[in-house]
Design a protein around this ligand. Structure first.
Ligand SMILES: Nc1ncnc2c1ncn2[C@@H]1O[C@H](COP(=O)(O)OP(=O)(O)O)[C@@H](O)[C@H]1O
Ligand SMILES: [Mg+2]
Length: 175
């Protein structure tokens, strides 16, 4: 059971094609989700345009700050495989006195590559490989990054079976 405070920051973490956006749409109301791909799409007309990344993250941070300030649940749907990016987001949660929950999608590289390739707007395979590498290297340190709780989903079955409970109140703890 993934328990999340209704004022929390939630980071979805995983390579392209690992199922973050699918998970987000299944478990979280659309208005709670801040998607780097959507912001890229809005800015550049192309969700896969990496040139638009910097501008997209400026917007992502602004939108996140607004939600955290309002005490509203904020789910960041971005790869979040770089620890520096995660740390920046967790810092913002802390500034607003919110808890931060990590949900990592540790799926096999081949699965991420296949699902990424099957999309109409896919990123290069080399990019997916790098993201997957970085995710794997970062998994062990997630516990040290200031998250209130860290959940790692390691298969389609675990993703399928995940139950997300959003609770009133400031703190969610791992069960
Ligand atoms: N459990 C699953 N079984 C089959 N296909 C899936 C599953 N989860 C996601 N997909 C598909 O894989 C692709 C990537 O999923 P998505 O959620 O967009 O990943 P991400 O947001 O991490 O890049 C999408 O086309 C999605 O429909
Ligand atoms: Mg996505």
């Amino acid at each position: 059971m993934i328990r999340i405070a209704d004022s929390a920051l939630v980071l979805l973490i995983g390579a392209s094609g690992s199922g973050k956006s699918t998970f987000a749409s299944r478990h979280f109301a659309a208005e709670t989700v801040i998607s780097s791909d959507q912001l890229r799409g809005a800015l550049a007309g192309d969700e896969a345009d990496q040139q638009a990344t910097d501008a997209a993250f400026v917007r992502l941070h602004q939108w996140l700050d607004a939600r955290l300030a309002a005490g509203a649940l904020a789910v960041v749907d971005a790869t979040n495989v770089e620890w520096m990016r995660r740390t920046e987001l967790v810092r913002r949660a802390r500034q607003h006195g919110r808890s931060a929950t990590a949900i990592a999608f540790d799926l096999p590289l081949e699965l991420c590559l296949a699902r990424n390739a099957a999309r109409s707007r896919s990123v290069r395979a080399a990019v997916v490989r790098r993201q997957h590498d970085e995710l794997r290297r970062g998994l062990d340190r997630l516990d040290l990054e200031g998250f209130t709780a860290v959940y790692v989903l390691r298969s389609d079955g675990e993703i399928e079976g995940a139950i997300v409970q959003i609770e009133k109140g400031p703190v969610a703890r791992a069960l």
